[in-house]
Design a protein around this ligand. Structure first.
Ligand SMILES: Cc1cc2nc3c(=O)[nH]c(=O)nc-3n(C[C@H](O)[C@H](O)[C@H](O)COP(=O)(O)O)c2cc1C
Length: 221
């Protein structure tokens, strides 16, 4: 088996970043708030054909102060924050209950762009979470109905049975309430925009919240 294992180091040496035509980014021509710039970059990522630009990494901290990370879907961004949803009883849900602070990391490789968002996390109203869930696909509801997220699974068969029952229920009762489903809002203290550059003169613009308004500053790459 081991003889057939791919050569990771060799593969890594064949791969590149920032070796395509990348957009210019002029930090002097940016809005005073990060949200409009995020929205603009998001729209540009979609227009450029970036796959799944709405799937950022979400970093949280557990009770021991250890970092954790996973991908989630972005459900929206507005003056209340960047919104995502999950089960309150999942690992991330428990971590957020203990340490309501998180970071989101977006990477839009087509344009060599990264956006980092850090801040305090609050939970939305239960009705909002249910409305959010019921506005989504049958698959999203079925997936939420399966529940037990992050618990140890005894076998794939057990999941197959639970999933079949959940799909059947989601189709039959599309307004079913999933009590653990929670919408979270990450209200940023910092938002950083990173524009990659072929000559490695990457542009980093950080917005920091303070004194009731946003401060902008450049960072060394
Ligand atoms: C593209 C993608 C989107 C995902 N979106 C979500 C999501 O919106 N909410 C969620 O709870 N899990 C989502 N997941 C699954 C999570 O990455 C993760 O496996 C799960 O939430 C359990 O994480 P935890 O054990 O840290 O709580 C997504 C995974 C991928 C790959």
């Amino acid at each position: 088996m081991e003889a057939d294992a791919p050569d990771l180091d060799a593969l890594l040496r064949t791969l590149r970043v920032w070796d395509t035509d990348l957009p210019d980014f002029d930090p002097d021509r940016t809005p005073q708030d990060p949200l409009p710039l995020f929205t603009q970059w998001f729209a540009e990522a979609v227009a450029a054909g970036q796959r799944e630009p709405h799937a950022p990494a979400l970093a949280t901290t557990d009770a021991d102060g250890h970092a954790d990370v996973r991908v989630v879907m972005l459900h929206g961004a507005d003056e209340r924050g960047w919104h995502f949803a999950s089960h309150a009883g999942s690992a991330k849900g428990r971590q957020l209950a203990g340490t309501p602070y998180a970071a989101l990391g977006f990477y839009w490789s087509v344009q060599g762009r990264q956006v980092r968002v850090r801040g305090t996390v609050t939970t939305g109203a239960a009705e909002a979470a249910q409305a959010d869930l019921h506005a989504r696909s049958t698959g999203a509801l079925a997936s939420a109905l399966v529940g037990h997220q992050s618990e140890v699974l005894a076998s794939q068969d057990e999941l197959a049975r639970a999933s079949a029952a959940a799909w059947e229920r989601a189709q039959r009762e599309p307004e079913t309430v999933v009590a653990s489903w929670t919408v979270y809002a990450l209200r940023p203290d910092e938002v950083e925009f990173f524009q990659g550059d072929a000559r490695r003169r990457h542009v980093r613009l950080r917005y920091r919240r303070g004194d009731g308004h946003w401060h902008k500053e450049l960072l060394w790459p």
